[in-house]
Ligand binder design. Structure first.
Ligand SMILES: Nc1nc2c(ncn2[C@@H]2O[C@H](COP(=O)(O)OP(=O)(O)OP(=O)(O)O)[C@@H](O)[C@H]2O)c(=O)[nH]1
Ligand SMILES: [Mg+2]
Ligand SMILES: [Zn+2]
Length: 336
């Protein structure tokens, strides 16, 4: 039989051992100083309720977090195995949108011209999260050029699987369901209005939330909260508000995964630290010259490098002063 934690999307990669004997649950939705949580009670049965966030918490829980619950209070947020961050371009800490996700579904509506920059940035966010990215193309009932759209998508995020869907006709919905079996947590990432909530409804077979969890009813308009749903396919899906802020905190690992084509070519550059900008023996620039690599790919790579660089620079001083403060509190031990 599926345990309560399994039905909440517990994956083999979740380490809940730090919870020891405490009751463990998963955060469905956070409302400021409290959160809806579903947990497994001492007798193994499912329980749920609105839990206050204990003052002692060092991390603010988000939807998808595994937490310890005691007397309707969240007493601990367990280590996260992945986090989806909303980048903050002003150098402040990036905001965490979802925790412990396996699959980031980049949702794009086919009836809107593909914004390549948006796609690149969403895929960097997905790669940075540590989850697997997949592109979900929505509203295919509303376009004659689905194939062309998908070709463009593939050009910009080579190697990422694409699922083509219509929440209106149900096309491709089964394919999405297959991505979300028991033990898999997905999150939908995309601009407002691309059809994320509609897809969630289509997945569950009706226009109403059949298995929505938590207490608050679902609005008919734009999603304003981040909320976890258990699906009949066994998996768990997080519906989050559309992304408006598209600055990306990109780390190098995320960039390399998005630009696998450039990454591979750069292995052939004469110098390991080649900047692909007029360097001697640059294989990337040679590939552009021969037409093997689109010049726009290299331009995009350069742009992303500079965004990542800016972010690193902004992050730097804050980190240094934080480290200094920490040092004052805990001066290094001098042993003699
Ligand atoms: N033609 C067509 N329209 C769709 C489809 N899916 C969604 N829509 C329409 O697109 C609009 C936005 O859908 P939502 O599901 O609310 O979009 P969302 O991505 O959840 O938006 P936010 O919550 O603001 O992020 C609605 O008017 C839907 O009826 C589809 O498959 N085909
Ligand atoms: Mg929505
Ligand atoms: Zn090079």
């Amino acid at each position: 039989m599926t345990s309560v934690l399994e039905s909440l999307g517990r994956s083999p990669h979740d380490d809940l051992s730090a919870a020891a004997d405490a009751l463990v649950g998963r955060v469905v939705i956070v409302h400021g100083a409290s959160a809806d949580v579903i947990w497994q009670s001492a007798n193994g049965a499912e329980d749920s309720g609105l839990c206050a966030l204990a003052k002692s918490l060092d991390v603010t829980p988000v939807a998808g977090d595994w937490v310890c619950v005691s007397e309707e209070r969240i007493t601990r947020v367990l280590a996260r195995r992945s986090v989806l961050r909303r980048p903050n371009p002003y150098g402040r800490e990036p905001q965490i949108m979802a925790a412990n996700v396996d699959l980031v579904m980049i949702v794009l509506a086919v009836n809107v011209d593909l914004n390549q920059r948006v796609l690149e940035r969403l895929s960097v966010m997905a790669s940075d999260s540590g989850a697997t990215p997949v592109v979900v193309v929505t509203k295919v009932d509303d376009s004659d050029d689905v194939e062309q759209f998908c070709t463009l998508v593939t050009q910009h995020v080579p190697g990422v699987a694409i699922v083509v869907t219509s929440s209106l006709t149900g096309e491709g919905v089964e394919g999405v369901r297959e991505l979300l079996p028991l033990g898999v947590t997905g999150v939908m990432l995309g601009a407002s209005g691309v059809g994320k909530t509609s897809l969630l409804n289509a997945l569950e077979g009706t226009t109403e939330m059949t298995r929505s969890v938590g207490r608050s009813g679902e609005g008919r308009h734009a999603t304003t909260t981040r909320k976890l749903y258990r699906l009949s396919s066994g998996g768990v899906l997080l519906d989050i508000p559309g992304i408006r802020l598209l600055e990306v905190v990109a780390d190098q690992r995320g960039l390399d995964q998005v630009f696998t084509d450039i990454e591979e070519l750069s292995l052939l550059c004469r110098f390991r630290n080649c900047h692909h900008a007029g360097d001697d023996g640059c294989a990337v620039e040679a590939a552009v010259a021969s037409g093997e690599l689109a010049a726009s790919r290299l331009e995009m790579w350069r742009e992303m490098q500079s965004v990542a660089h800016d972010v690193e620079n902004r992050r730097g001083p804050a980190d240094v002063s934080r480290a200094r403060r920490a040092m004052k509190r805990n001066p290094p031990e001098t042993s003699e």
